[in-house]
Design a protein around this ligand. Structure first.
Ligand code: NDP
Length: 253
């Protein structure tokens, strides 16, 4: 995506990022800070959260707040508790990036293990939904809120062996579409980003033989992450946007 954001695109905006401790989420947090946002970081590992907050602070930006949430076990009540914690830190949320996710096993459907299937659905769908419900009141306090989910090309077109992950991303697309319709008359837009193959730990575990140098880095795909959080995408809702338009799904060649 060719997008040249204003340097202060996210000034006065408060943005929460899940899975902010690694890969794309960590880069998104750094990028949002660079463009002026105040951040709330969510993750399951407090030490990693502190490290990301410190890196952002050392680069000269406001020290982010953070909260710990293990989405593999999170109930609606846990998400309510986190939302309460966040509500004590900030007056509202102008953006939420649902980025945390797990891959599960890349095996045919008849070999999908129950525990792994449930873990993928719990993190990618259930906890993401419970957290959304819990954070909606803070998002609706913004005069221009942006709720962003993370999808995948296998969430639009099924692919052999991508079982639980593909099904969870189809569910993510559905969740985004329903919410986008429901909040059409409010100051809240709801969209998905499909990062496309990106150089992270998750990608390496999905394609262990792939040459990672042929992949875009998290930093390369940030334009669309910025666009959806800033005013330039005001009133755009119900879309599933590719961070790498035109990229063919599958292994990098
Ligand atoms: P990474 O594995 O690099 O990062 C995943 C993030 O999610 C980490 O911060 C991780 O935390 C967090 N996370 C995992 N499990 C939990 C949990 N139980 N509770 C809370 N946080 C958790 O993945 P990517 O950066 O590659 O992926 C980010 C998103 O992009 C995902 O939704 C993924 O499905 C999607 N995506 C990625 C693509 C790619 O090519 N990389 C392509 C298409 C979609 P921790 O640091 O503690 O491990």
């Amino acid at each position: 995506m060719h997008y040249q954001p204003q340097y202060d695109l996210l000034q006065n905006r408060i943005i929460l990022v899940t899975g902010a401790t690694d890969g794309i989420g960590k880069e998104a947090a750094l990028t949002y800070a660079r463009y002026g946002a105040q951040l709330v970081l969510l993750g399951r590992n407090e030490e990693k959260l502190q490290q990301v907050a410190q890196v952002i602070h050392q680069q000269g930006y406001a020290l982010p707040q953070w909260a710990v949430l293990d989405m593999a076990t999170a109930t609606r009540a846990d998400c309510d508790a986190v939302a309460q914690q966040v509500g004590a830190m900030v007056p509202r949320l102008d953006g939420v990036l649902h980025n945390a996710g797990v891959l599960g096993d890349i095996v045919p459907m008849d070999q999908q293990q129950e525990a792994r299937w449930l873990e993928v659905m719990q993190v990618n769908v259930n906890a993401t939904f419970f957290l959304t419900q819990a954070l909606l009141p803070l998002l609706l306090k913004s005069d221009s809120g942006s709720l962003v989910f993370t999808t995948s090309s296998v969430g639009r077109q099924g692919r052999a062996d991508w079982g639980a992950y593909a099904v969870s991303k189809f569910a993510t697309e559905g969740m985004m579409q329903v919410l986008a319709e429901e909040y059409k008359q409010h100051n809240l837009r709801v969209n998905c980003i499909n990062p496309g193959g990106t150089r992270t730990k998750m990608r390496a575990s999905a394609f262990p033989t792939e040459d990672a140098d042929k992949l875009k880095t998290p930093r390369d795909i940030m334009p669309v992450y910025l666009w959806l959080m800033g005013d330039d995408s005001r009133r755009k809702t119900g879309m599933s946007v590719d961070a790498q338009p035109g990229r063919k799904a599958g292994i990098a060649e």
